[in-house]
Design a protein around this ligand. Structure first.
Ligand SMILES: [Zn+2]
Ligand SMILES: [Zn+2]
Length: 283
């Protein structure tokens, strides 16, 4: 018996990155929710300092524990072993990780480096860190930053083999109250439209990521409802994920996502299965 509108989640983080608890804990929570599918996607190791990516020396243990949980719970739960793979200024790390994974979530978090010390800037760490990068790297030009961000997302959509595109409009994470820009400005909408056109022509799932909403940082999903509506119009295949950082978050804000997708006229959502994508009609 499913306790949630969507019995799956392909975007979640464990204790091996900035998430909490083990692959086994996440698998057990998924089974309690009535999930049929669960993807583990801890943040991949990156070749520079990061406060939230998996340390390279922990990758082996992550894979071992994830594969053990996968074997232990099959066939009740179809567990997929993956990573959220960073796309960093055109640098695709997929080739490194794809051979040992079942799937990859692609995400853009890092943009350029600080001129003073060469530190890679992650745009979603905190409001203060966002402000620092916007000033030091982009001269406080939010339009230049957003343009570069969406260019990276488009490049990732076109050039990498990830199956799911994470949080398409992460750039708005700290934009509550239109602090930096308005989403109805034509230049911003043109950037989003270009991304959606790439998605429509591509072969990846676009996630409706509920984390912004339930973490109460944002007033909407990633991406926003108007973007979801446009994605539906363009026939972009959608999936739903919670970007869980704890097993208790696996189905957070799923009822709201279900309602939003119905309001957007979305006929179905997709998830990965071993034969390809599987559709779930929206009732
Ligand atoms: Zn992410
Ligand atoms: Zn994530």
């Amino acid at each position: 018996m499913n306790a949630t509108p969507f019995p799956f989640n392909f975007h979640g983080h464990t204790q091996f990155c900035d998430g909490q608890l083990s692959p086994e804990d996440h698998a057990q929570a998924a089974i309690r929710l009535g999930f049929t599918h669960l993807g583990l996607s801890s943040h991949c190791p990156v070749p520079f300092a990061s406060t939230w990516n998996m340390p390279p020396e922990r990758l082996g243990e992550y894979l071992r524990l994830a594969r053990e949980a996968q074997a232990r719970h099959a066939p009740e739960l179809d567990l997929w072993v993956g990573l959220e793979v960073d796309f960093v200024d055109g640098q695709d790390m997929e080739a490194l990780y794809a051979p040992v994974l079942d799937y990859r979530v692609g995400g853009v978090h890092f943009l350029k480096t600080f001129p003073q010390d060469g530190e890679h800037w992650d745009l979603d760490r905190s409001p203060a860190h966002f402000e620092r990068g916007l000033r030091a790297i982009f001269g406080h030009d939010i339009r230049a930053l957003a343009t570069y961000y969406f260019e990276q997302v488009m490049h990732m959509v076109e050039a990498t083999g990830c199956q799911i595109v994470a949080h398409l409009d992460l750039i708005k994470k700290f934009n509550r109250g239109n602090r930096y820009f308005r989403e109805d400005e034509p230049w911003y909408q043109a950037l989003v439209e270009a991304c959606l056109q790439r998605m429509a022509a591509g072969d990846k799932l676009l996630e409706v990521n509920t984390r912004g909403l339930y973490s109460q940082l944002c007033d909407d999903f990633f991406p926003s409802r108007w973007v979801i509506r446009r994605a539906v119009e363009l026939g972009v295949p959608l999936t739903v994920n919670s970007d869980a950082h704890h097993p208790s978050e696996l189905a957070k804000a799923y009822p709201q996502a279900h309602q939003a997708l119905r309001e957007a006229g979305c006929p179905q959502v997709f998830h990965l299965n071993r034969q390809g994508w599987k559709s779930l009609p929206l009732g």
